[in-house]
Design a protein around this ligand. Structure first.
Ligand code: NAI
Length: 704
């Protein structure tokens, strides 16, 4: 049963029962409609209470039904809501914990709403690029008024139930919010009996939200101001403004016409690429934590304490993640000076957050108290997990792992934060490769959501399962990658950066490349990104690769830049010039001249390069390498690659990630463009991925 029926004290109690959050899937809707009809025809029943079992009233539409015809099969959500609304007996929604989306729309179709305090109330559809499509945009303004309902619908953010019961202005979502700890069903049954008792012949009809009017002194003036504000904030996403227009319809149109308009705009939004991208990301995020050969019941190791080796840029940020999650962490360094500097940076970061009002001074101290420093391996030997974040040098890493192998307690997880190096080799320097895993954080490690979890050939399944569970505890998005140079993210970005360099040789300047890709929607172009991360990192990696992989060509411009000491923001100069204490990138005449001179040295006649070519070359370089990564099994699924790029590389969310974007362009079109660029400068970089060729020939996409 997905809706239970029980009569208590002459009141039918219908309990939505579809774990985990009582999603309003087809079976639940059918059972709820049947229960409402049963209550209607039962002479012993005076009124109805609808509530939810377990952890929610209802989280809304059943996400498992998304994109399936089930969502449109009768009884639809509309039918359920209208059945509740047109019942001859009073219907009371009894809300606790979570009431969102379709759940709230159902509650709005009831005659009365009561709640416990602390319930999260929201219409979050906008977060998936949609709008509430079952009357929410027409009913909520009739209850809460224009301003409060617009806030909720346009932001999608939850509001606690106790804030929605203030009737002083005549607007309240709830007829009553009971004191905390009240037995909700018993109180709702009493409430239902009370409202039923006053229903004698001649009494006014049952209150229905649809019969109310949206009150506002100057709706048009107010809506104009909101349109301007929302338009500016929404960027490329159409849904927020569509939310405003449908709410506006609740003021301007009769209820039924408003609902028709809402339906039309809802269907329009479901077809937009932006909503498809957001829904893709929503499902991709959930898929990422699943590894086919590591079932959900795989045992995990307990992580109650942690250690980090290296207190540099990454080590400090990684340690903060543990402290934020309440896990004590010890940082190991070789020199007191480096340790002091690392610990001071952590304190400074926390104090900045306190200054911004986002952390209380007490919490700052609590977190600092969880972070210890040490110069001795003995002090970290008992940690449940140790993450190495020392220099990106195989020799140094092997030495560290040999020492970790010697001191760490049995069962401890030995992780490396390496961004490119061979994890299998690192694991082989220990006697326990099954305990070794890559945990690749992104800079700044205390901020960036992405965590690449690198599975070595010997990594134990329980170690992988523990890393996935840990990523959730640290509020990261864990994506599993196999072992290869650069793993998923950096191996792909390598091809993107190579193309950016070739574009300079051929005629573009850094500011043009950055502008084109930023207009496409990237948070930051490749040259501004290089200046932020430090151009010396890539320089160092290219030197290593020149030995390990001779024959891979790069533009020499980046090396010329580094030879001048222009490492980026940290040296006050990189691809751009910087003024002290300011991160604004100013085009550099010296760099531009250096680039032009280099083209001359190569004998290249510089040409005008279109923004379209820049975008295609950078993005398709990601796509082509992504396809190789997918085919080699380095990534488990195309959507994992998209999540890496959305959460770690500033790829525009409304385009859904590189693989999803390629699907929207059409793989045959992507392949044709790759063929064209393969005939150009350094065309050898464009060997098409066999998977891309195959899917394009079959007329398919990466995501099915
Ligand atoms: P960093 O140079 O800022 O810090 C390295 C720290 O390790 C230094 O404080 C050094 O004193 C310490 N160290 C060196 N050898 C040691 C040893 N034997 N025992 C204890 N401490 C030792 O380097 P960064 O940027 O933090 O990078 C560390 C690792 O993280 C590298 O593997 C790098 O590839 C990776 N990484 C770096 C990212 C970045 O954006 N900087 C992003 C993701 C990963």
């Amino acid at each position: 049963m997905s809706a239970d029926y029980q009569v208590q004290n002459n009141v039918a109690v219908i309990t939505l029962n579809n774990p985990p959050v009582n999603g309003l899937g087809l079976a639940t809707r059918s059972a709820a409609v049947e229960a409402l009809q049963r209550a209607d025809s039962d002479p012993a029943v005076k009124a109805v209470v609808i509530t939810g079992a377990g952890k929610a009233f209802s989280g809304g539409a059943d996400i498992r039904e998304f994109n399936s015809p089930k969502a449109l099969t009768e009884p639809t959500l509309h039918t359920l809501i209208r059945t509740a609304e047109s019942l001859a007996k009073p219907v009371v929604a009894a809300i606790h914990s979570v009431c969102m989306g379709g759940g709230l729309e159902l509650a709005l179709g009831c005659n009365y709403r009561v709640a416990l305090p602390g319930a999260q109330i929201a219409l979050p559809e906008v977060k998936l690029g949609l709008l509430p499509g079952a009357g929410g945009t027409q009913r909520l303004p009739r209850v809460l008024g224009l301003e409060a309902s617009l806030d909720m619908i346009v932001s999608g953010n939850p509001v606690p139930s106790e804030k929605l019961a203030d009737k002083s202005g005549g607007n309240a979502l709830f007829d009553e919010v009971f004191p905390a700890g009240t037995d909700l069903v018993a109180a709702a049954v009493d409430f239902a009996n009370k409202v039923a008792d006053v229903r004698r012949p001649g009494a006014p009809p049952l209150p229905k939200v649809r019969d109310r009017k949206v009150e506002h002194a100057d709706p048009q003036g107010f809506l104009e101001a909101v349109r301007a504000r929302v338009k500016a904030a929404a960027g490329a996403f159409p849904a927020p403004l569509e939310c405003v227009e449908t709410v506006a319809a609740s003021v301007e149109l009769p209820f039924e016409e408003g609902c028709k308009f809402e339906r039309e705009r809802f269907i329009h939004l479901t077809q937009t690429v932006e909503s498809k991208a957001l829904r893709h990301a929503f499902f991709a995020e959930r898929a990422a934590s699943k590894v086919p050969d590591v079932p959900a019941d795989t045992p995990v190791r307990e992580i109650k304490s942690a250690a980090v080796v290296g207190a540099g840029t990454m080590g400090g940020g990684i340690a903060m993640n543990f402290a934020n999650a309440g896990i004590p962490v010890t940082i190991l360094e070789t020199k007191q000076e480096a340790l002091d500097k690392g610990l001071a940076t952590i304190r400074k970061n926390y104090e900045n957050t306190v200054r911004k009002g986002k952390l209380s001074p007490e919490k700052c101290e609590q977190r600092m108290a969880l972070v210890k420093g040490s110069l001795s391996y003995d002090d970290i030997a008992q940690a449940d997990i140790v993450i190495e974040a020392v220099f990106e040098d195989m020799g140094v890493k092997e030495t560290v792992f040999r020492q970790l192998d010697a001191v760490m307690k049995p069962g401890a997880i030995l992780a490396s934060n390496t961004s490119t190096l061979d994890l299998n080799r690192i694991a082989a320097s220990t006697s326990r490769p099954q305990d070794v895993i890559g945990l690749h954080f992104f800079s700044p490690a205390n901020v960036m959501k992405l965590l690449e979890i690198v599975r070595g050939d010997a990594t134990g399944k329980d170690v992988l399962a523990t890393a996935l569970a840990l990523s959730k505890k640290l509020k990261k998005l864990g994506v599993v990658s196999g072992v290869c140079d650069g793993f998923i993210g950096n191996r792909m970005v390598e091809q993107y950066i190579r193309q950016a360099g070739f574009l300079l040789d051929e005629g573009a300047l850094p500011q043009q490349v950055d502008r084109a890709i930023e207009n496409f929607g990237f948070a930051m172009g490749p040259f501004r990104m290089g200046d932020l991360a430090g151009n010396d990192i890539g320089w160092y990696i290219r030197k290593r690769r020149a030995v390990e992989m001779p024959g891979v060509a790069y533009s020499k411009t980046a090396d010329l830049l580094c030879e001048q000491g222009r490492f980026g923001q940290k040296t006050g100069a990189g691809w751009y010039d910087y003024q002290a204490g300011d991160r604004t990138a100013h085009p550099s005449q010296a760099v531009d001249e250096m680039i032009v001179r280099h083209s001359q040295d190569l004998g290249i006649a510089r040409r005008e390069i279109s923004d379209q070519e820049i975008v295609e070359r950078l993005v398709y370089a990601l796509v082509n390498e992504g396809a190789k990564i997918l085919e080699e099994g380095i990534a488990l699924r195309a959507s994992d690659i998209d999540m890496v790029y959305l959460s770690g590389y500033g790829f525009p969310l409304y385009r859904g990630g590189p693989m999803f974007y390629a699907d929207t362009v059409g793989l045959a079109n992507v392949l044709a463009a790759i063929g064209k660029y393969a005939r150009g400068y350094h065309g050898e970089a464009w060997t098409p991925a066999p998977l891309l060729q195959r899917l394009a020939a079959e007329g398919r996409g990466f995501n099915g």
